[in-house]
Design a protein around this ligand. Structure first.
Ligand code: HEC
Ligand code: HEC
Length: 402
């Protein structure tokens, strides 16, 4: 076999894996492929309008009812409508951009780019965060300027550089397409409005989870190790029987989703020496607060972050702590995509948030300091982020559209 002939195809395969943008465009919903009859039938299904609370994978809070706004309860028909709208490029000025263009399931619910590309090739000023686990978010956007997913969704549709549409046109479109009109009538009892369009989109987003990672299974199993499960339990007692069932489930989960040894050491560092958990805590490893960690703070126009919302000096350059489930899927990292890999992220923290030229941001959080991690510790921490935190992401099919 001639090695010269092998080299090119291998190079091409490697290049395509490294550069997702080489692939033909991301798949969005195809208009006109879902018939009115099919929509009528699905709206008549027994459970279509039954209010439900989603159940997340292992690691998510067991009861998510507090995370759903009282005025926007979830039903299967509403999720389905939201899924269609989320993938529908007709909600943009030139019919090419949908929410999914920048937050795509194939790309960790983001676009794997430092900055996103909106309508007419316009490049956004910050990177698209993931849509996974947003149900847990108490604010939305890097600076938290939207309090809810409903209010967040108002932005991109009308933003000239994102979907470049108007809300009047969006409402009209949803009223004119019979399949949408039928769904809005059945779900909200009226034709589409800006409010109900964003409510449907937000409801869909609340079904997108990442969890069930080796770390989540490890955390679920850990409390049982302090209980002596083998002895002292009365198998006849009902309470004990339930505990034993939970124990066995937790043990099986851990066996099926083991953390590697390096990942376990990385976890110790994350919650210990590396002090990541000073900000990355809670079910999705975010404190939902804002901190200046020294990203995008150089140059003529340093990123304002939370300051833009509060006008409070203490918030200058402070960004919302992102969740970390399945973080390996959503490179590059940070609001400006300035860190290409998880190791680079760790090196930034290891330098104490210092810029590469040795300068420091004037409003750096006091929770950021030099970590003195060894090479091996950096590797272990990266393994935790990559192996330990990668679990199952809700599988969502690209919808057919009315
Ligand atoms: C052109 C690319 C683009 C499109 C289209 C787009 N987004 Fe975004 N999205 C972004 C960017 C960039 C941000 C971050 C903006 C910021 O924080 O200032 C963002 C932020 C978000 C957030 C906040 C996440 C968080 O962690 O705070 C959510 C949720 C979201 N978008 C959902 C949507 C929905 C729903 C749509 C469709 C209605 C949509 N996006 C359309 C690029 C896009
Ligand atoms: C002072 C709070 C704080 C501490 C401590 C902290 N982080 Fe962060 N982390 C943040 C904030 C805020 C961001 C987003 C910064 C930005 O984009 O401007 C972030 C971003 C990240 C990202 C990129 C997420 C994304 O979606 O792009 C990763 C990965 C990360 N942190 C891991 C870690 C690790 C590992 C540690 C410990 C070595 C750590 N963090 C310590 C607050 C913190």
């Amino acid at each position: 076999m001639n090695h010269k002939h092998l080299a090119l195809p291998i190079l091409l395969v490697v290049a395509c894996q490294l550069l997702p943008s080489f692939e033909a465009g991301l798949e969005l919903g195809a208009p006109g492929t879902l018939s009115v009859d099919e929509i009528r039938a699905s709206l008549k299904e027994a459970d279509a309008h039954k209010v439900f609370v989603p159940v997340g994978p292992v690691g998510m809070p067991a009861d998510l009812s507090d995370y759903i706004p009282a005025d926007n309860q979830m039903t299967k028909a509403k999720v389905e409508l939201g899924r269609q709208l989320y993938f529908d490029p007709r909600l943009s000025g030139d019919g090419t951009i949908a929410c999914a263009s920048c937050h795509h399931p194939d790309m960790g619910w983001t676009d794997n780019a430092a900055f996103s590309t909106g309508i007419h090739g316009h490049i956004t000023g910050v990177g698209a965060p993931t849509v996974m686990n947003r149900i847990l978010g108490s604010t939305q956007f890097w600076d938290g300027r939207a309090g809810t997913l409903e209010l967040q969704a108002e932005g991109p549709v009308a933003a000239p550089g994102e979907m470049g549409f108007t809300w009047d046109a969006a409402e009209e479109l949803c009223r004119e397409i019979e399949g949408y009109e039928l769904q809005f009538q059945a779900v909200f009892g009226a034709s589409a409005t800006k409010l109900t369009i964003t409510q449907a989109m937000a409801t869909f987003e609340r079904t997108v989870f990442a969890g069930g990672s080796p770390y989540d299974h490890f955390e679920r199993a850990t409390p049982f190790y302090s209980l002596d499960m083998e002895e002292g339990l009365d198998m006849e007692e009902e309470a004990d029987a339930e505990l034993i069932a939970r124990y066995e489930e937790a043990m099986k989960g851990e066996d099926d989703h083991p953390m590697t040894e390096a990942s376990k050491r990385g976890r110790e560092l994350f919650f210990g020496k590396a002090s990541c958990s000073a900000c990355h805590v809670g079910p999705d490893l975010s404190d939902e607060q804002f901190h200046n960690i020294g990203i995008g703070q150089q140059g003529e126009e340093p990123f304002l972050g939370r300051f833009a919302v509060t006008g409070d000096e203490a918030d200058r350059g402070a960004t919302k702590t992102p969740g970390l489930h399945n973080i390996a899927d959503s490179a590059p990292y940070m609001h400006d995509g300035s860190e290409a890999t998880l190791v680079e992220v760790i090196l930034h923290y290891n330098r104490g948030g210092m810029n590469e030229d040795g300068t420091t941001s004037s409003h750096l959080s006091d929770k950021i300091f030099k970590l003195n991690l060894t090479g091996e510790e950096i590797y272990d921490l990266a393994e935790f982020l990559e192996q330990g935190l990668s679990g199952t992401v809700t599988s969502v099919e690209i919808p057919r559209l009315p």
